[in-house]
Design a protein around this ligand. Sequence first.
Ligand code: SF4
Ligand code: SF4
Length: 357
Amino acid sequence: MTAAHRPGESPLRIPAPPMPPAIEAIFTTPPARASRTPEAPPVQAPAPVTITIDGIEVSVPSGVTILDAARAQGLDLPTLCYLENLAPVNVCRICVVEVTGSRVLVPACSRKVEAGMEIQTESERVRHSRKLVLEFLGSSVDLSLAGEREPDGDLARWAERYGADASRFGPPSEPAAAGVRDAHEPGHHHAPEGAEAAFATSIAQPVKVDNELYVRDYSKCILCYKCVEACGEDAQNTFAIAVAGRGFDARISTEWATPLPESACVYCGNCIGVCPTGALMFKSEHDMREAGTWDGSAQTVTETICPYCGVGCVLDLHVQDNTIVKVTSPMDSSVTEGHLCIKGRFGFEFTNERRRG
Ligand code: SF4
Ligand code: SF4
């Protein structure tokens, strides 16, 4: 990819995070691969198309998304529901950009580039839209851990960039009692009382702790669908969770809101691995946070191979005080792409018990 010209650095051209290998590969001509059959044609690099991003003409491979093209230019487009190893679902609307000739703002994460496309990634309309998305989320969801979570998630940075002020919607309403939001049915809304208008409607509710492996704190859920995708056909193909309800009552749920041990969940923890807000969390982490002993700055991460079978999944062991407190897998691992099974994800407690004697 080449930029035709680049006038002085704009303050919005913030150095983007390193490009994931999967995307970087699209922007470099792949080496000719050995074909399985002698007559198979060699793999061709996609033909380039010329587009304009923020007034700069660039040449990009056809078939890439606007997000890929923008990030390759060093642009720092915010995303919440997007993840390189999941299919885009276009639900958070924070990556939207303005495309000349398009009536509505378009999601950069899924819209493919077209020859001659004129794109604005930081127009007034784009910035206003992103600001409102961040304010609506901030007024109804507990985003206190969103800035800490990998792989994306620096909501505070984006809120500052777009001047989002969730407090202008008023203080949050009282938390719902356990199970109340789970019982809401589509179309059955209560008439609001006058006093409620003084409060921002909140999804606050008690944490669901119904098993020894992970907890679900849906007060922190931004409905990004990543867990649904990871539990479904993008990784695990278990389909234990989905979105129930409609509108403000929409929430992530097991079938009939049944507790996890009675659901189809197989405890792979792939939903935890992709959750950007801490709504899904290892019980070990949850308990340590409750006790005030969780200290991310005191933790080390050691890469190793899962000891349980011959697949060879890459594990990142997060260790604090000589104790494994959680296990993740790197998204750029060609073996796991960040996903694990129950043994690799949760089967570490025996090491802690042996150490304790
Ligand atoms: S742990 Fe695995 S099976 Fe269970 S809900 Fe999460 S992704 Fe689905
Ligand atoms: S639980 Fe986490 S991953 Fe699932 S929709 Fe909510 S924020 Fe997204």
